[in-house]
Write a protein that binds this ligand. Sequence first.
Ligand SMILES: [Zn+2]
Length: 318
Amino acid sequence: MLSRPVSSRPVEELEPGIRRATFRLPLGIDHVHVYALDSSDGGVTLVDTGLGSRDPEARWRPVLDAIGAPVDRIVVTHLHPDHVGGAADVAALTRAPVMQGREDYAICLRAWGPEWDPERFAAFWRANGMPESEVAGLGGDSARLGEAVHWQPDPQLLDPGDEVDGWRVEVLRGHADGHIVLVRDDVLIAGDTILDPITPAIGLYANGRPDPLADYFETLRRIEELNPRIAYSGHGVPIERPADRARTIAAHHRERLDRALASLDGRPVSAYEVAGSLFRPDLPLQQRRFAVAEALAHLVYLVGEGRAARADGGFVAA
Ligand SMILES: [Zn+2]
């Protein structure tokens, strides 16, 4: 199942010079897009790589054949498994260099490399109210997911303002701390910074930046300011009028902030408990961790606003 693109055609043209392939995902979301941007020299820049595969040839050959041009470089927008996961696979098949944001690559090493510390990870969830039975289950899930993350060691590192074949690199934080996007003329290759119809998950994780929702509001303002004609994202549909979508997503988070605040009372409430009131209670374990991280991001933002306060490992209304 994983080796086959979702669409009947392996690659679809979205507009001249921009093509898209879509792979199925066995995660909370069922697909991920990768993009082929025509290069100035007749090849393509591939943006994002889906999950790693046990059989990269079977997974990628139909896509590479349909692209029908050499892959000059592979750009990874962020370290999440469905974006960085196939980087080493497709690099091996094409001999193209992988490019990744400098900050994102450092985080990638901590998440998937030798710096990974499962104890710290478990302690973080425990400290945010997750029951021990669930914490134990997450370790195995992470290990299984880690097997599908074939990140590329020693990529070429990108900084904000760098140019990649005419595309400008920007760092737009929130969904991932060092998430990069590509901007050229009125087109945004957005990764998961802006999505439609779902909204990007904004969570606070162990080792993460302290206030990811504040980072994300800044990203949404930046997208409004850039005001691209269209954004091509990692999931969902191409976004026409991304500035409008950015305003809608900001309103969604403001509403979620109000709901998070409403779930606090006189006693300290954990992020785990708040997640239970923000999201469906029957979420699968894998997704529950994202719900807790998302609840925590909202609670921390409320603390920053002075509407909530930390108390005894939990949060109270201020
Ligand atoms: Zn994604």
